[in-house]
Design a protein around this ligand. Structure first.
Ligand SMILES: Cc1cc2nc3c(=O)[nH]c(=O)nc-3n(C[C@H](O)[C@H](O)[C@H](O)COP(=O)(O)OP(=O)(O)OC[C@H]3O[C@@H](n4cnc5c(N)ncnc54)[C@H](O)[C@@H]3O)c2cc1C
Length: 308
């Protein structure tokens, strides 16, 4: 798909803001490790998305900020980038308001239609409550059976040579394998952000402590030493939360028992698709159907992790 045809492009056009910053992205995989590079080349290959397969030497020459060890396959896609989450959310809220949507902020929904600041009747209800989804589904006697909420955290490092990690010359990266790490070039400030994916710090959705683990940054720093030796000292660590089901697939569509209730769950990797998911649920609510193929995001899954 061409960028001009994507929902992000339409949001940029409508808002007059640059929301997507193309930096290129690289996924590192240990040769002979649990995840073959074909897992990351099949999809771009079959969808006409250009990619390059690089070895460690080529990576280290192209981006001097990296010093990845030998025996690594790297899949590079030039059109990967960063979206600035808070700017994007503000842009979407502004567009929604400008198009007649009434946003009730800091207002708790107690059931699908009763909210803490009054009652509403609605023909259709869309639930996009992420980690609190099951709480809201409770009164409907529905739930996503196997859902795990984790407190995650990301760390900002202050390199002594931030130019080396500028988005124009340093990509977004993911280290695949049994333990997944990921990171970003400098963005908005002269720091580089990195984190470990799926930290298994399981918690109840209402008990997000916002207190980072002290252990994780130590492990992360050791890992960063091995591939980005110029990362510099740790500056700060902040927490957020993931909600995931075992298959990590999105859940988008109407509930089988209550087709007027439409669910959208992003399974910990949905921000990049927010404008598309928003459009799809709006189409489902207004037209009763969407032209996008959402068959891969069903309400029930073979693993039994969802049956709604
Ligand atoms: C460390 C980390 C890294 C990530 N990295 C990426 C990435 O690189 N790319 C990517 O695409 N995604 C990424 N994600 C995932 C992405 O951020 C989420 O999938 C996305 O933000 C979920 O959006 P949402 O609107 O569905 O849920 P949320 O943003 O969680 O919003 C749910 C909202 O529901 C509200 N709510 C809950 N209960 C009620 C109630 N009773 N009444 C009213 N409101 C209620 C909450 O207040 C909240 O505002 C990452 C997440 C984490 C934690």
């Amino acid at each position: 798909m061409r960028y001009e045809d994507m929902d992000w492009a339409e949001l940029e056009l409508r808002s007059g803001l640059e929301l997507v910053n193309i930096t290129g992205g690289v996924v590192f995989l240990s040769r002979g490790g649990p995840t073959p590079s074909s897992d990351f080349t099949n999809s771009p290959g079959s969808n006409g998305v250009p990619y390059e397969l690089l070895n460690s030497k080529e990576v280290n020459e192209r981006w001097p900020g990296f010093k990845v060890p030998n025996g690594i396959d790297a899949v590079y896609t030039a059109d990967t980038g960063i979206v600035h989450a808070s700017t994007c959310v503000t842009a979407m809220q502004y567009q929604a308001r400008a198009n007649g949507v009434i946003l009730k902020e800091k207002t708790r929904t107690e059931m699908a239609i009763h909210i803490s600041k009054g009652s509403y009747r609605a023909k259709k209800v869309t639930l996009a409550a992420d980690t609190w989804t099951n709480k809201l589904l409770g009164p409907l006697k529905s739930e996503i059976p196997v859902v795990t909420t984790m407190q995650e955290q990301v760390t900002y490092f202050k390199p002594s040579d931030p130019e080396r990690y500028d988005p124009k010359s340093f990509p977004v990266w993911i280290w695949g394998g049994e333990t997944v790490y990921y990171g970003f070039p400098t963005y908005g400030e002269p720091t580089i952000k990195a984190g470990r994916g799926v930290q298994q710090n399981v918690m109840h959705p209402d008990h997000h402590t916002f207190v980072p683990s002290q252990e994780q940054p130590k492990k992360l720093t050791r890992f960063m030493d091995s591939i980005i030796p110029g990362h510099g000292p740790e500056l700060r660590t902040v927490t957020c939360q993931y909600t995931i089901t075992p298959d990590r697939q999105f859940i988008i569509g109407p509930l089988a028992k209550y087709p007027d209730v439409i669910l959208a769950l992003g399974n910990g990797h949905a921000f990049k698709f927010v404008p598309a998911i928003g459009r799809v649920v709006a189409e489902l609510a207004i037209d009763g159907k969407t032209t996008d193929d959402i068959s891969k995001f069903p309400m029930s899954s073979p693993t039994g992790s969802r049956k709604l």
